[in-house]
Design a protein around this ligand. Sequence first.
Ligand code: AQP
Length: 331
Amino acid sequence: MQRILSGVRPTGGIHLGNYLGAIRNWVTMQHQAKESLFCIVDMHALTTLDASENLAENTYTIAAAYLSAGIDPDRSSIFAQSHVPAHTELSWIFSCITPLGWLNRMTQFKEKAGKHKDLACLGLYAYPVLMAADILLYKATHVPVGEDQKQHLELARDIAGAFNRRFGEDLFPIPEPMIFGTATRVMSLRDGTSKMSKSDISEYSRIELLDTADTVAQKIRKAKTDMEPLPDTFSGLEHRPEAQNLVNIYATLANMSPDAVCQEFAGENFSPFKHKLAELMAETIVPMGEKMRQYLSDKAELDRIMKKGAHRANELATAHMIDVRRAIGII
Ligand code: AQP
């Protein structure tokens, strides 16, 4: 792998889905790639920014989560997206070659805009174009993300191809999505048909990386399940989305197959399973949360790490934007 890039929006409540679906994979991949860049995509957070949210604190929290999960700042660049102005410059250039028809297909816009599409901001609609710029600015070859970002990644590939054809130069490599593991789509603990999300109004829908062991246990106890016992194979969980989700999370945390988890608890009700799941989860989450609190108590250190990351990111971006401007004819 030549160069990997990924990011998380600092929208508060970073959760188990962000960790298992994305960040955990980055930790391994940083050792396999020639170069890795992980940004805190604060410009993306503006698309849904709530007046009550503290963007600055959330930005530090995501940086602390990267470090606590095992991203090594001496190996990978950790930085805030807004500290590299070329993201928005390239995004504008891409906006001028991206047909509206491509954006109209984006399901995440429809989900996030909800019933009041006309009131949604332009930034939310253009979000996938900025995401394409995030990736292509660094000529990233591999992008490790959760399943929900697959469509945006396909758009980034289309935009790279469109730019290369329009300006007759292969300036942008076509990035490969890296969506793997048993937790590519961790679902809400309250509704097994919607994904675990930072913006869900119910805190009981997600396990946050800063949750204590007691909170984790309480959220798992209250997690929605059904009255049936656990079957001896995963396929026996058909039409039971909440149970499927919990078994998948268990399998990922314990490094087991979902079938092996079902075999272990076959015929039992959810109570002993949930008890063990809460323990497993706390073993992963609680030490990470403690490290995050330590990092968060030293913002100067987080600033230093993000400044170093932004320096490297700006170096790559500046060199690449010279080629982009030349290809277009911007003098
Ligand atoms: N539930 C999930 N399961 C697996 N992976 C997930 N990711 C997000 N939710 C899940 C992955 O986490 C990375 C960062 O996501 P993001 O913060 O950029 O935005 P998102 O995908 O919209 O995540 P959220 O948590 O739902 O945030 P809000 O509510 O603010 O929009 C991505 O790789 C994503 O795939």
